[in-house]
Write a protein that binds this ligand. Structure first.
Ligand code: RIB
Length: 294
């Protein structure tokens, strides 16, 4: 099974603090770490760890961070051979504060902003050979829509994770196989209305992630609520990315919606039990073992 991710590649600068500072406040932090991140790269690493043949498409700068992130993808078994190194542009950076079993993130896109339609054209033949394409919102919207249009025309399924939040056109929603917003993103895309109403409008397409309350979706007959794994949370960064990758891998493998959501919730939960976006991403065997004991 071949999974492709078109998206962002960031160096995450993370600090742990006792609590998230309020506006205008200074708090002390500990544990400054530079770790691989970016919603796109995180999803690619998660898919690879779960056993999928995974390719990452995106851009990094010609700096030390870019080199380290390419090396990390190689080490994690992700095909990074088509990632473009953009001269004179910094690699994407995320500044992350981890506290209160949650986080706040500021992203500086850098080279991720150079993932344009010309780049997509240069990798299109290979991209369209994928069994599933994963997209997020840390590259230009025009590029996201372009990829979706090309995939829809060739019948390549797309899982679209609309994070960070921004509006999505109806045409885009219609063309993707799955769209996986959290509650905030869902309200921006589908209007501020009850989740069950949105799910009923988009069966077998919309999956709403509810954090510690798990996930919600509709299969055309019933509204599904699939609980989250009860995790010993260390760091939630990358949990959504792990969920999306796992969901895409299991959908591509032909699982039912409910089974794919159960597997993905477990994978996402496991990923929160270690520090860093990619630090806790589980293997397929680890997910299955955890599911047996849930
Ligand atoms: O989803 C988590 C990711 O969001 C982090 O790794 C950070 O890079 C930001 O893109």
């Amino acid at each position: 099974m071949k999974i492709a991710v078109v998206g962002s590649i960031n160096m995450d600068m993370t600090v742990a603090a006792d609590r998230i500072p309020t506006k205008g406040e200074t708090v002390f932090g500990t544990d400054l770490k530079y770790v691989p991140g970016g919603k796109g790269a995180n999803q690619a690493v998660a898919a690879s760890k779960l056993g999928a043949d995974t390719a990452m498409y995106g851009c990094v700068g010609d700096d030390a961070a870019g080199e380290q992130l390419l090396e990390n993808l190689r080490e994690q078994g992700v095909d990074e051979s088509k990632i473009k190194i953009v001269p004179g542009v910094p690699t994407g950076i995320a500044v992350i504060t981890v506290a209160d079993k949650d986080n706040v993130i500021v992203v500086v896109p850098g080279a991720n902003g150079r993932v344009d339609t010309d780049y997509v054209d240069s990798i299109l033949d290979e991209l369209l050979k994928s069994d599933m394409v994963l997209l997020q919102h840390e590259i230009p919207q025009e590029t996201v829509e372009y990829v979706i249009g090309k995939c829809a025309a060739e019948g390549v399924p797309v899982v679209m994770n609309p994070a960070p939040a921004r509006p999505v056109s109806q045409e885009t929603v219609d063309k993707v196989s799955w769209i996986t917003p959290n509650e905030t993103e869902a309200a921006i895309i589908f209007g501020d209305r009850p989740i069950d109403e949105m799910l009923a409008d988009y069966p077998n397409k919309l999956v709403v992630t509810l954090g510690s309350d798990g996930t919600a979706a509709a299969d055309g007959e019933t509204l599904l609520r699939v609980p989250a794994r009860k995790s010993e949370v260390v760091d939630t960064t990358g949990a959504g990315d792990t969920f999306n990758a796992a969901f895409a891998v299991r959908c591509a493998a032909g699982d039912s919606l409910e089974d794919a959501l159960h597997y993905a919730n477990t994978a996402g939960g496991l990923s929160t039990e270690k520090y860093g976006a990619q630090g806790g991403m589980p293997t397929d065997a680890e997910v299955r073992r955890a599911m047996e004991t849930e």
